[in-house]
Design a protein around this ligand. Structure first.
Ligand code: PLP
Length: 229
């Protein structure tokens, strides 16, 4: 049996190779793509081999769950960069700003304002992404695509947030290409360079369409057991 460290290193290098290949095929810049390793539902012990293999950028979708495992891991690996990729309630903003390094899910005025207030209070201004509900789905968070450009500009100009780009989760079970293309177009219109799009099933396509950040969970850590998480 390979050790967990070897497995983690192997999965990371396979993923990097396939990102590079996808970038090449689509003439995009694979080396510039940042891998956000999505460790939600996986324990600190399951995450550790990926840290040992050199991965430093991780994503979690729940503040509470992240609080349970990341403070100790961050003490051990101070250069970890932790992305919040799930919905953020305004009453959790303080905890989120203490623990996370990038907030990818800014999707409404009230949250943008709460973050701006907390960044000033804490003296710690985090880079953010604006989450777009790219398929206009009732069950998904994110700002409507029609409002995304103006909202991103307000986040920057009115709230003073360091907006790096746009983020989306396309609808399941339909080809994601048109949604990635729409997100890329909106980012261009907003004058933003960052594009957080692509997960285990579709990161290659996302890279080809200009993703700067891919959020990959199960392809690295294995199948998630939500009942246990
Ligand atoms: C869980 C999750 C991912 C990773 O999904 P996989 O299919 O496991 O790669 C990416 N982005 C968000 C917002 C998620 O919640």
């Amino acid at each position: 049996m390979p050790s967990p460290e070897n497995t983690a290193a192997q999965r990371l290098s396979e993923l990097a190779a396939s990102v590079e290949q996808a970038a090449h095929r689509f003439d995009a810049k694979g080396k510039a793509v940042q891998l956000v390793a999505v460790s939600k539902t996986f324990s600190a012990e399951e995450v550790r081999p990926f840290l040992a293999a050199g991965q430093r950028v991780f994503g979690e979708n729940r503040v509470q769950e992240a609080k349970g495992k990341w403070p100790a891991l961050k003490a051990e690996f101070p250069d970890v960069v932790l992305h919040l990729i799930g919905p953020l309630q305004t009453n959790k903003v303080r905890e989120a700003v203490e623990l996370f390094d990038v907030i990818e899910t800014v999707d409404r005025e009230k949250l943008a304002d709460a973050l701006a207030v907390e960044f000033r209070r804490a003296g710690r201004a985090l880079p953010v992404f604006v989450q777009v509900n790219i398929g206009r789905e009732d069950q998904k968070s994110g700002i409507d695509p029609d409002e995304a450009v103006a909202f991103a500009q307000r986040c920057r100009d009115v709230h003073g947030l360091d907006v790096r780009g746009l983020m989306c989760i396309p609808p399941a079970d339909v080809p994601p290409g048109p949604y990635f293309a729409l997100l890329a177009m909106l980012a261009r219109q907003a004058g933003l360079a960052g594009l957080s799009m692509g997960m285990s099933a579709d990161y290659k396509l996302a890279v080809g369409m200009g993703a700067t950040h891919i959020r990959v969970g199960s392809a690295l850590f294995g199948k998630r057991d939500y009942a246990a998480g």
